[in-house]
Structure formats: structure tokens, C-alpha cells
Design a protein. Structure first.
Lengths: 331, 320, 256
């Protein structure tokens, strides 16, 4: 618990982020990039060398998207866990990822040219919102006094349903199957500046918004009755939080495909690091999320160099054992 | 609530009806006269009926019942109506094993897949027990979910690195009854004839477990032993099903749920009822798979998902 | 006759045990009440007696047998428990639920014989729910459900009956009936142990009282021995006077 030592509490993750960001710019590249060239490419001035061009056009957007992705998913996870008072809630376990993916796959099977721009992010968000709604109703997510596991199991069931329908669509749309399938594994290898600009408005808008509501969200950790008598408009707040979560996840899925485990693990890491206060947890979560995503992407490049593993698979390889450890500790 | 016996009788009749329809319809429709003649080896329809349709629908009957039963057992142990055999990780592990083998040995005969899938399922269970230790069923379920995510990732990676085999792999991963002949039925029959009656002995322990672990303990059941035995049985049934037909989802989730609505919670009605509904679901899915768009055949696994979707929404309506 | 003897019992839910080296002898063939403020360990004690909790130290002897050495089935034949909270499955009728109580006596196939059916019917009549026999348990009111589960415990027909706060959901007339029922069981030679909240009810209907506080037994004996102003002050931090109940003659406490 680092709440008493702000320098380490904040400085540590920031330093780590900076370090990994720098590493991601030049390491494990098929065309060698010098570590100093990576920095010099960022500074204003003419881009003369190929490696510097690579950094500016490939590595930089990729790393920036990784940061936004990690931060967004981490915050989405924190919000979900607070909303449902369930420590195992996360976008992938609750079916939001699966619903968003399904929406995108169905759309692209109809017409691949639709898979671009802001409209696709909103489409993914709608798909995610729909499956999320189904899960919440099935799993009685509002009834937090009851069986916690019901929500998770409902999420698994709906995710499985979406996955089956996704596979069905893939089978029927054979010619597009390869491209979609690659995207379904979750990763940022294909990311360029276009995807960055696609993701940025959502993150820039929603992350500070979530943080503004943090103090009210803290009260969500109490029972419904207590929160109401403390002056919270419960219905409104919940609706807003749901909207923020669905938009964050939808925009991330539309850029990088469904990425699992970030939204589940980072809130726990943030809680262990800085405590339960969402006003601190959210920013720290953003830092940790960014670090984790960059790390996963880095390892995904390193493990099978010069080929690349999808970053989503890497996260699953790290995340699944962590999840197992988490479940063993908490139940 | 209707008398359970009456409900079971109606279900039995429905199964018989769908059996008959399955035999008649497909890529070509056989009239009753055709059916009668087709039993002779010399007849032109002999192949379509005896070598193609009959083993397939028998398998659908057996596997549908087995999956439904597996679902009842898992729900009885985990104590949650949203639990299903998929949680044990069996489907994904079996899929991983098969895909892995297909990738590593591209010329591998399809006949090996059932065995590999079965081994994969057993390994998954061993891994799950290792990770969970002797813990409560709920923790087991959550760990199963974690492991499932792991297997799915590895499978995805394998498929991505071998793009040529994707369509074939996708077919296997969805589960279907295509190309399943008498050999598959002969493999399934002895196992299921053994395991299905065994499960009837578990009716009382399952009923008592429904009262909660504590009450079950004071009523004279060794709760942990009972839970482990039941899970093992559920696993065996699910593993055999996956080995024969690939991973078929939702039967293990829907059939027990649906049956509970119709006949209540007592297992000596629930078990036969669920088996009938499971058989019905799979027979229906296979029938639709063959007749929706002939001669193209959709995998039955796709149809179980499509049947599953409206059911979920119906569940929602009821919850409100 | 089944005396319940606990020696050196240490038990709890985490590393810090709720009960520490507790020794207690509960008389056979009597009704014993476990009393004490919240958190004193009376439910923990009861659960140890039902072997729902594995003690970290010490042993529980039922009759002459160590509780830990009994098989699950033998346990079900020696003691029955009415817990505080019930998990109610759907689609089960009252008669079927009470029938579950016969499980420890049935063979592998679970066939109920004439004796089993008689016990089930008698249990339902004693708890006055015979007219609800075909109704679904999940549709009953809290009090009716409590009586159904009580009937299940009675149908189990064991020498030892344990009850955890059995009067919680019941109207006062049903509470009196329950206590009268326990008195009948005791007169048949069974041992009854119940966790109760109401001091005066315990004093009036039970033969033996155990007063607990902070995981220890403060006093154990007849109502006359245990219900004293000094002990009540010590355990419950109340000032009370104790007078004989005008109807039963048992000690009755009146809080000042």
C-alpha cells in the first residue's frame, strides 16, 4: 500500500511507463533501430534515416495506441468492478468484448469497407452494450446482495453464445475469414496513425469524465440504500457509468479486437498499490494498464521474433495464471 | 405444474417425431415407401438412409442426451443454473488438442481426432484439479473459466500461424455431425450404456446437494466425495461427446434449464427429462443443418448456438 | 442416551480461533440451551457438534464415539441439524423435502419403506404442516418453511437434535409449539441442543443452560444456577432482577 509515499506511488509507475515506452520504440524491430535514434525521431526536425521513419510511422502510433488501450480497458475494468461490487467483473468476462466482436464481424462480413472510422467504434460499442445488457439481466447484476457468481456465469454463457455466432459468421463469409480471424485474436500489430486518431477522441473524453465522477463512484461501494441516503442519484449514475464503459470498450475493440484480462487484473493491481479510493485508483490504473499493454506488445514481438504473436494471446498467457492466483486467494 | 410423468411422455413422443422427420428429410426427401425399400442393400437410397442418416441421428440422440446429462450434473454440483460443462474447460482443451495435432501432422487421419480430443479433455480436467485442489465447486468453475481462456488463446495462435487449415479447423471447432458413421455410434454406445444408468444412482445425492452443502452433510452425505464423483461423471460424458462430435455448445446449458421449468427440481424426473430434451435439441439442430440450404450443410454447432440465442432472450423476459 | 462431551475444543474460521480449549459436558436426554451475546461462539460450538466445522484442536465425543471417526452416513443417523438459513430448491414439495430427512437410513437406491413413510407422516403432523404436504416449499411463508425443515430434521429420527436459532421466523404461538415439540422429543429419551436468543424462553423450556461469552463457557447448569443477576451483568452487561415465573416457577429475568 503506497498511499503514504506519493513519490514512489506515482513516480514509480510513471518511470516504468516511460522506460517501457522508450523500449517499445526501438526493440525487436526487423530493421535495427538504435536506442538514441528512437528518441531523436520524436524530436522536431527532419527525418533523415529509415529507422527514424519507422519509429515515426510504425512504432510511435503503435505504442501510443497501446497506452490509450491499456488505460481505457483498465478504467473500464475499475468501473465495472465498482458498479457490480464484484471483484471478478471485467469486459471480457461479462461479455462486452464478445458482443462488440460479434457486431464487428457481422458488419465486416457484409461489407469489409465498413470496418473503419468512428462509426465502427460506435457499432462495436452498441454490440458490446447489447450483450452487456443481456448479461446484467440474466445474471441479476443489480442484485449485489445475492449470488456473485451468477453474473460471471451469465457473462460466460453470453460470451460463448457470441463466440459461436461469430464463428458461424466466419464460416459463412469464407473469403473474409482470415482477416477477421486475425483481428479477433486481439492485437495492435496492424495499428497506424489512423487507428490512433480513431481511438484518441474516445479516450480523451471518457477517461477524464470517469475520473471526475470518481468521488461519487466511491459511494457505489456501499449498499444501494446507503448510497441513496447519501444523496446519490443511483439510476442516473449507473446509466452514465454503463455508457462510459461500453464506449470505452467498444472503441478499444474496434481498434485492436477483443483484449482480455487487462480490465480484470489492473484494478486489483491498482487497489493493492494505492488503496480503494477511486480518485487515486483510476489514474494509477491507467498507468498500470498502459504499462501492461506495452509490455504485452513488447513480449509478443520478442517471443517469436521476427514473427509476431498477437498481443491478446500474450496477455492471456500472462493473465490466465494471474487470474487463477486471484481466484485462489479471494475465494 | 403438470405431472412430471405426463411431461416425460410428451417429450418421448416429440423425440420419436423428430427422429422420423430426420430420417425422411435431408438433402433428398424420402417418402415412406422409399424408406421401406431403402433398407435393402441393393436399393438406390440405401446409402443415404442406412450409411448416412441412421448412424447420424442415432449419434445425435446419444450425444444430445449425454451432453444434457453432463449439464445436469455440473449444475447440481456448482449449484448455479448458469453453469455448464463448458466451464470444466473440456470443450476448449479437446479443441486445442485436435487443432494442435492437425497442425503438427497435417496428413493426420480424421479417425484419430476423437481419441486426441478425449485425451485433451482428460488433461484439462487434471490441470483443473491441480489448480483448484480440493476446493469448493464455485472456485472450480472460476478456475475452469480462466483455463478455458488460456486454451482458447493458444488455439487462436495456432490457427493464426497456419492459415491454410483455418476453415477445416473452424469446422471442427464448431461441432457437427457431418461424416459421422456407424463407427462413431459403436464407440459411443458402450460408454453411454455404462454411464447413463450410473447417473441415475446419483439422483438422491444430487437432490440433497440442492439443499446446500451444510444440510447435505447433516443428512449423511460425504459432500466432497459426492461432488468429485459427480464432476468426474460429467467430465466423462462431456469428453466423449466432444471426442465424437466436436465441441457442441449450449445443450449442456439449455437442456437442464428448460427441463427444470417443465418437471421441477427433483433429479429422478430431471435426469430423464433433460436427456430427452438434449436429444431433441441436437436432433432438431442436425435436421435444420441438413435441410435449411441443401446441398450445403451447416455444422450442427452453429444451429445449437442459433437456437440458444432466442432462448436467452426468452429467459430474460421471464426474469423481468 | 447420548451425552455430548467436548474436551479442549479449539475451533474457528480463520487463524484466530473463536473457541479456545473449551470443555463442556452436555447432559444426555435433556434439552440444553446455548445462550450468549452475538459473537460469543455459540453457533460455532453448535456447528462443531454437527461436524460442519473441523476443530483445530480437541475432540467431540458423542456417546462414546469420537465425532471425527464417524462416516458421513453414521453421522446422519446420530444427529440432525436445523440450520439458521435454508437453501430452498425449486420444484420440491413439502412431503418430498421431509422425505429427504430419511436419507441416512435408506439404501443405495433410495427406496422408502413403510417405516420411513410413517416417520415422514408423523413428522409433518407434529409440526402441523401435514395439510401443506403437496405444496412447493419455495412458495411457503418463512414460518411454514421453517416448520418444513424442522419436520425434515424430526423425520431423521436421531438421538441428538441440534437447532440453530429455531424460533427466528416463527410467530409466538408457533414458538411455543416448537418448544413443546422439543420437550416431547426429550421425553422420548433424545438429547436436544438449541441456540436460543430469548433468555426467558430458554429458562422456561430447557433443562440445562450454557452461558457463553467471547468463546468461553461462563456458566453451565440448571436455570436456577445460571440465571443470576451477577452472571447476566457479566455476560450481557444488563442490570436485571430474577424472579420465579408465576406460571412455571422457573427463573425469569426482568431488565431494570
Amino acid at each position: 500500500m503506497m498511499s503514504g509515499r506519493p513519490l514512489i506511488a506515482w513516480g514509480g509507475p510513471l518511470a516504468l511507463l516511460a522506460g517501457i515506452f522508450w523500449l517499445s520504440l526501438f526493440s525487436w524491430s526487423p530493421v535495427p533501430i538504435g536506442s538514441w535514434q528512437a528518441i531523436s525521431a520524436l524530436l522536431p526536425g527532419k527525418v533523415s534515416v529509415l529507422s527514424q521513419a519507422l519509429v515515426l510511422n510504425l512504432r510511435l502510433p503503435r505504442s501510443l495506441v497501446a497506452i490509450l488501450l491499456g488505460a481505457s480497458l483498465a478504467v473500464a475494468g475499475c468501473l465495472l468492478q465498482t458498479l457490480t461490487r464484484n471483484p471478478l467483473a471485467s469486459p471480457s468476462l461479462l461479455g462486452i468484448n464478445a458482443g462488440a466482436s460479434l457486431a464487428m464481424v457481422v458488419t465486416s462480413a457484409f461489407d469489409p469497407s465498413w470496418v473503419a472510422g468512428y462509426s465502427i467504434a460506435l457499432l462495436a460499442a452498441m454490440g458490446g452494450g447489447l450483450s452487456w445488457g443481456v448479461v446484467m439481466l440474466l445474471g441479476r447484476g443489480w442484485d449485489t446482495a445475492g449470488d456473485r457468481s451468477r453474473l460471471i456465469l451469465g457473462g460466460v454463457a453470453v460470451s460463448a453464445l457470441c463466440a459461436a455466432l461469430t464463428r458461424a459468421t466466419l464460416l459463412l463469409a469464407e473469403d473474409h475469414a482470415w482477416g477477421i480471424f486475425h483481428w479477433l485474436a486481439g492485437g495492435i500489430a496492424h495499428v497506424r496513425w489512423r487507428e490512433f486518431w480513431q481511438l484518441l477522441p474516445f479516450s480523451i473524453l471518457l477517461l477524464p469524465l470517469a475520473w471526475l465522477f470518481a468521488s461519487r463512484l466511491n459511494l457505489l461501494q456501499l449498499s444501494d440504500d446507503s448510497a441513496r441516503t447519501l444523496g446519490i442519484r443511483l439510476g442516473q449514475l449507473r446509466l452514465l457509468v454503463n455508457l462510459v464503459v461500453v464506449l470505452l470498450v467498444g472503441s478499444c475493440v474496434s481498434v485492436a479486437g477483443p483484449v482480455a484480462f487487462l480490465g480484470l487484473l489492473v484494478p486489483h493491481m491498482a487497489r493493492a498499490w494505492i488503496g480503494n479510493d477511486l480518485r487515486l485508483m483510476l489514474p494509477i490504473g491507467m498507468l498500470f494498464g498502459a504499462v501492461l499493454m506495452l509490455l504485452a506488445d513488447l513480449l509478443a514481438r520478442a517471443v517469436a521474433f521476427p514473427a509476431e504473436l498477437p498481443a491478446g494471446a500474450m496477455l492471456a498467457l500472462i493473465g490466465a495464471p494471474c487470474f487463477i492466483w486471484l481466484v485462489r486467494r479471494r475465494t | 405444474m403438470k405431472k412430471p410423468a405426463l411431461t416425460l411422455a410428451i417429450l418421448l413422443m416429440l423425440v420419436a417425431l423428430v427422429l422420423l422427420l430426420s430420417v425422411r428429410y435431408g438433402s433428398e426427401t424420402l417418402s415412406f415407401a422409399d424408406l421401406h425399400r431403402a433398407l435393402q442393400p441393393a436399393d438406390s437410397h440405401y446409402f443415404a438412409l442406412v450409411e448416412y442418416r441412421l448412424p447420424r441421428i442415432l449419434l445425435a440422440l446419444l450425444v444430445g442426451a449425454a451432453l444434457a446429462l453432463s449439464g445436469v450434473l455440473v449444475q447440481g454440483v456448482i449449484g448455479n443454473p448458469l453453469a455448464s460443462p463448458e466451464i470444466l474447460g473440456v470443450n476448449h482443451a479437446a479443441g486445442l488438442m485436435s487443432i494442435g495435432a492437425l497442425m503438427l501432422f497435417p496428413g493426420l487421419s480424421v479417425m484419430w481426432l476423437p481419441l486426441l480430443a478425449f485425451i485433451g479433455a482428460l488433461l484439462a480436467f487434471a490441470l483443473l484439479r491441480l489448480a483448484a485442489g480440493n476446493s469448493a465447486p464455485l472456485r472450480l468453475a472460476l478456475l475452469g473459466i480462466a483455463l478455458t481462456a488460456l486454451y482458447a488463446s493458444i488455439t487462436d495462435y495456432l490457427m493464426l500461424s497456419h492459415p491454410l487449415e483455418i476453415n477445416q479447423a473452424l469446422m471442427w471447432l464448431t461441432g457437427s455431425l457431418w461424416g459421422r458413421g456407424w463407427a462413431f455410434v459403436y464407440v459411443a454406445l458402450p460408454w453411454l450404456l455404462l454411464l447413463l444408468p450410473l447417473s441415475l444412482l446419483l439422483c438422491r445425492p444430487l437432490d440433497l446437494l440442492a439443499l446446500g452443502e451444510e444440510q447435505a452433510t447433516t443428512l449423511g452425505i460425504n459432500v466432497r466425495h459426492a461432488q468429485q464423483l459427480i464432476l468426474l461423471l460429467a467430465l466423462a460424458l462431456a469428453a466423449i461427446s466432444v471426442a465424437l462430435c466436436g465441441p457442441l455448445s449450449f445443450i449442456g446449458l439449455l437442456a437442464p434449464h428448460l427441463t427444470r421449468r417443465l418437471v421441477g427440481g427433483r433429479h429422478h424426473w430431471l435426469i430423464p427429462g433433460a436427456m430427452l430434451i438434449g436429444a431433441l435439441l441436437l436432433l432438431l439442430a442436425d435436421l435444420l443443418a441438413r435441410t435449411l440450404h441443401p446441398p450445403l450443410e451447416l455444422p450442427a454447432g452453429v444451429l445449437t448456438a442459433i437456437i440458444g440465442a432466442p432462448y436467452f432472450f426468452w429467459l430474460l423476459m421471464r426474469t423481468r | 442416551m447420548m451425552p455430548l462431551i467436548l474436551t479442549g475444543l479449539s475451533a474457528g474460521y480463520t487463524n484466530k480461533p473463536v473457541l479456545q480449549s473449551l470443555s463442556l459436558a452436555l447432559p444426555a436426554g435433556r434439552i440444553t440451551a446455548l445462550l450468549g451475546p452475538n459473537g460469543c461462539g455459540k453457533s460455532t460450538l453448535l456447528r462443531c457438534c454437527a461436524r460442519l466445522l473441523t476443530p483445530q484442536g480437541g475432540e467431540v465425543l458423542l456417546g462414546n464415539e469420537d465425532l471425527a471417526s464417524l462416516s458421513a452416513r453414521q453421522l446422519g443417523q446420530r444427529l440432525a441439524l436445523l440450520p439458521q438459513q435454508h437453501l430452498v430448491p425449486e420444484g420440491v414439495s413439502v412431503q418430498e423435502l421431509v422425505g429427504y430427512g430419511r436419507s441416512p437410513w435408506l439404501n443405495l437406491f433410495g427406496r422408502m419403506g413403510t417405516l420411513d413413510r410413517q416417520r415422514v407422516q408423523a413428522a409433518m403432523e407434529q409440526t402441523q404442516i401435514a395439510q401443506l404436504a403437496t405444496q412447493q416449499v419455495c412458495k411457503l411463508s418463512g414460518g411454514q418453511r421453517q416448520r418444513a425443515f424442522l419436520a425434515m430434521a424430526l423425520a431423521q429420527d436421531t438421538p441428538l437434535l441440534l437447532l440453530d436459532e429455531p424460533t427466528t421466523w416463527l410467530d409466538i404461538n408457533h414458538q411455543i409449539e416448537l418448544m413443546a415439540l422439543l420437550r416431547e422429543r426429550q421425553q422420548q429419551g433424545r438429547t436436544v441442543v438449541a441456540v436460543l436468543h430469548d433468555l426467558n424462553q430458554a429458562s422456561r423450556y430447557c433443562d440445562h443452560l450454557v452461558l457463553m461469552s467471547a468463546g468461553c463457557v461462563v456458566a453451565s447448569g440448571t436455570p436456577e444456577q445460571v440465571m443470576t443477576p451477577a452472571l447476566l451483568q457479566q455476560v450481557f452487561a444488563i442490570k436485571a432482577e430474577v424472579h420465579p415465573d408465576p406460571v412455571s416457577g422457573r427463573p425469569m429475568c426482568i431488565v431494570l
